[in-house]
Ligand binder design. Structure first.
Ligand SMILES: Nc1nc2c(c(=O)[nH]1)N[C@H]1C(S)=C(S)[C@@H](COP(=O)(O)OP(=O)(O)OC[C@H]3O[C@@H](n4cnc5c(=O)[nH]c(N)nc54)[C@H](O)[C@@H]3O)O[C@H]1N2
Ligand SMILES: Nc1nc2c(c(=O)[nH]1)N[C@H]1C(S)=C(S)[C@@H](COP(=O)(O)OP(=O)(O)OC[C@H]3O[C@@H](n4cnc5c(=O)[nH]c(N)nc54)[C@H](O)[C@@H]3O)O[C@H]1N2
Ligand code: SF4
Ligand SMILES: [Mo]
Length: 665
């Protein structure tokens, strides 16, 4: 038996280091790497038995050609040669008749590895296909941070150790960022307090000293209310503001007067006393640290909400205090030159762009229709908003759909052709984290299961078949990784290249004093940003359709988006649960464990009701993006969500949704 290093490939801020025990070409056990600075030897429940996903009986092992109706899941195995030839023939016909822009790639974050995740870019650029605007996750959050902080580096998570007040703001860390608990526990042992601000009491509340339940989409108002009190009680850090902040005077005189705790209490549902107390404690903390999630950015006011919250540490001088600051995510993009992988230069012309949040619209458009969809590392039938429109599109007989997948997902069932994909243990890649400053290379540790192939190899085969003869497509994934590492940025010192080549986890070094280096146009924290349409932050309402309940579809600790639905051991006999407050349930004469339907103008979804006072009135909660197979009905949560965008960044608005609830007839 061998123990080999690898990296968790999933879209999770922790980007854990793995130790994989391999016997006879099979992974038999997976552990967290004790030498990894963030993992520190432990794994989340999903990955603790990754070998069960890798060697699952449900793995797709050969190419499959559809024999039944779209969506029925009836396929026959074919060879790789037949599959590639089939795609070549259909794409050639489509290109002749409609042009290459009738072909749309659809991919996201099934794997976060830089090579496999981006492998389609050079191919589809060379083909002249339509481009996909990949904004499903949290561009509004990035926008909000940038508006205030520009390119300022996020604080190191070790900063938490010296914090005395940690605010988990819109993040269900027990599910989505579990290793940060180790840092929080260090701070707690030193006496730090932890607050959780969420729309309901998630299981992350277990580690919180205080839970603040806020009305969905109103966090911007809370931040303004706190600033109002901090100003009123003269708790601002004048010296810090004077030197490092732009526009506090303007905010103070024109915006803050409108956000008294009374006004903010009306908007947020948080009591006046609580808002005042939060403001005082935040301002008086020695090192207040905000860990900001993305949930609150997935609303029509998302970017503005994040921008407003990001002003808070500036006015109390948190950045100058050990343990103080705000962490929304690291940007390690500049450490490695990904343009060596994506190859924008392969585009002969700029082709049309289709937004991934509006796949439903794009597949049903009357003009310039999409005639072929190539899906890899994503499961749009489950994860994209407005599921009914997406499925209406996928069922089109004249749409040629290819899905490169590990499992028979909701999307794969609608494919004309399925190609079997490797898991991360079966291919090489290069990973960088967004929840810390880690980078790690992974070599494949087992051979491909069945006839599965990595994304990179499939695009090389497709390039060959489509007559794209660039030598770029003649190299292996490892060649490409070597090439990227041979062109490191100044941020990646030579001394770290050796361990990187050896597949060890490394951490990018942070320059001394980085926390006080504000990389904005003015060199200051820009509460006033003259380049914005509204130069000062203000509260804007979320969209909130006209219906009784906000529908919060937050993550489930057992799943990662729709991944891990294959794991019966994790999900047991899942029923999609809808959590509702006792008073609301009683008003609707609904009882615990009753089958119910949540519905709005976009669709309806069956749930089993769970009555709980962890959810406030006017809100219902459904955790997890479930595959339809694992529900009691024929739709999952995204049948209720909308294709609308955030205020900036064309982000998704998964939480800015309302529903009615009724008993199942
Ligand atoms: N187990 C698990 N881990 C995951 C994922 C998963 O699905 N499951 N998804 C991965 C991905 S792709 C991402 S982007 C990250 C997601 O991580 P983030 O988006 O950073 O945050 P989440 O932890 O998903 O938590 C979002 C929280 O925001 C809350 N929320 C919703 N609306 C509001 C609001 O208006 N105000 C406040 N204060 N809170 C609100 C929700 O109830 C939820 O608890 O996690 C990654 N990790
Ligand atoms: N209602 C609701 N919807 C959401 C969210 C929500 O909170 N609520 N979260 C949203 C967010 S934040 C995000 S980021 C998106 C994520 O959406 P996606 O990135 O689509 O995430 P997954 O559902 O994990 O689907 C990834 C698929 O890729 C496959 N895969 C894994 N590795 C590989 C590989 O190497 N090659 C190929 N070809 N396939 C591979 C997996 O088997 C899996 O089916 O979902 C969004 N959807
Ligand atoms: S899903 Fe996240 S927490 Fe779990 S092993 Fe992967 S990176 Fe670590
Ligand atoms: Mo995401």
């Amino acid at each position: 038996m061998e123990v080999l290093r690898s990296v968790c490939p999933y879209d999770c801020p922790d980007t854990c280091g793995l130790l994989v025990h391999v016997e006879d070409g099979k992974a038999v056990k997976v552990q967290g790497d004790p030498e990894h600075h963030f993992t520190r030897g432990s794994l989340c429940p999903k990955m603790a038995h990754y070998e069960r996903s890798v060697h699952s009986e449900k793995r797709i092992q050969t190419p499959l050609l559809r024999t039944g109706a779209k969506g029925s899941g009836a396929f026959v195995p074919i060879s790789w040669e037949e599959a590639i030839e089939h795609i070549r023939r259909r794409w050639t016909e489509i290109i002749d008749q409609y042009g290459a822009e009738a072909i749309l790639p659809y991919s996201y974050a099934g794997t976060m590895g830089l090579v496999q995740r981006n492998a389609g870019h050079p191919f589809f650029y060379s083909l002249g296909a339509a481009r996909l605007e990949r904004t499903i996750c949290s561009p509004a959050k990035g926008y909000g941070w940038n508006a205030v902080m520009g390119q300022t580096m996020a604080p190191h998570t070790n900063e938490i150790h010296s914090s005395d007040l940690i605010i988990l703001w819109g993040i269900h860390a027990m599910a989505t960022n579990i290793h940060i608990m180790q840092d929080i526990n260090i701070a707690k042992r030193n006496g730090a307090k932890v607050w959780l601000i969420d729309t309901y009491e998630t299981s992350t509340a277990k580690i919180a000293d205080r839970v603040i339940v806020i009305r969905p989409g109103t966090d911007g108002a809370l931040a303004l209310g706190m600033m109002h009190v901090i100003e009123r009680e003269n708790l601002v850090d004048h010296a810090f503001i004077q030197q490092y902040v732009q526009g506090y005077e303007e905010l103070k005189t024109t915006v803050l007067p409108n956000y008294s705790p009374e006004v903010v209490s009306e908007i947020t549902g948080i009591s006046v006393a609580a808002i005042e107390d939060m403001a005082r404690q935040y301002a008086k903390a020695q090192g207040p640290f905000i860990r900001l999630g993305s949930g609150l950015s997935r609303y029509e006011n998302g970017a503005m909400t994040v921008r407003t919250i990001t002003c808070l540490p500036g006015i109390v001088g948190a950045w100058s205090k050990p343990g103080g600051g705000l962490f929304g995510g690291t940007s390690t993009a500049s450490a490695l030159d990904t343009s060596l992988i994506t190859r924008e230069d392969f585009q002969e012309k700029t082709t049309r762009m289709i937004n991934m949040n509006q796949l439903g619209q794009a597949l049903n458009a009357q003009t310039d229709p999409v005639m072929s969809l190539y899906v890899y590392a994503s499961n749009p039938a489950a994860v994209a908003p407005d599921q009914n429109r997406v499925l209406e599109g996928l069922v089109r007989e004249d749409l040629f759909t290819v899905v490169h997948e590990r499992f028979m997902t909701d999307t794969a069932k609608y494919a004309d052709l399925i190609l079997p994909a490797t898991t991360s243990l079966e291919h090489s890649d290069l990973y960088r984290a967004y929840g810390h400053y880690g980078i790690q290379r992974a070599y494949s540790v087992i051979p491909p299961v069945g006839q599965a192939k990595p994304n990179w190899e499939v695009f090389c085969l497709l390039a060959e078949a489509m007559g794209i003869h660039k030598t770029f497509f003649k190299q292996s994934a490892d060649d490409l990784i070597n090439h990227v590492l041979e062109h490191p940025s100044p941020w990646l010192p030579d001394a770290l290249l050796k361990p990187l080549f050896e597949g060890r986890p490394i951490e990018l070094p942070l320059p001394k004093g980085y926390k006080m280096e504000f990389k904005t146009s003015s060199g200051k924290i820009e509460i006033l940003n003259p380049r914005e349409n509204s130069p000062l932050p203000e509260y804007k309402k979320p969209h909130g359709d006209r219906a009784a309940f906000w529908f919060i579809n937050s993550p489930d600790a057992r799943l990662l988006n729709s991944s891990f639905n294959e794991r019966a051991d994790l999900i047991k006999n899942n029923k999609m649960i809808l959590q509702m407050n006792p008073e609301d349930a009683s008003n609707l004469s609904l009882i615990d464990d009753q089958p119910v339907i949540a519905y709005n103008e976009r669709g309806e979804v069956k749930f089993t009701l769970k009555i709980t006072d962890k959810v406030p009135d006017g809100v219902v909660v459904a955790e997890g993006v479930w595959s339809i197979e694992n529900t009691t009905g024929n739709r999952s949560a995204n049948a209720l969500t909308s294709q609308r965008f955030t205020d900036q960044g064309k982000g998704s608005t998964f939480y800015d949704v309302k529903v009615e609830v009724k008993a199942e007839a």
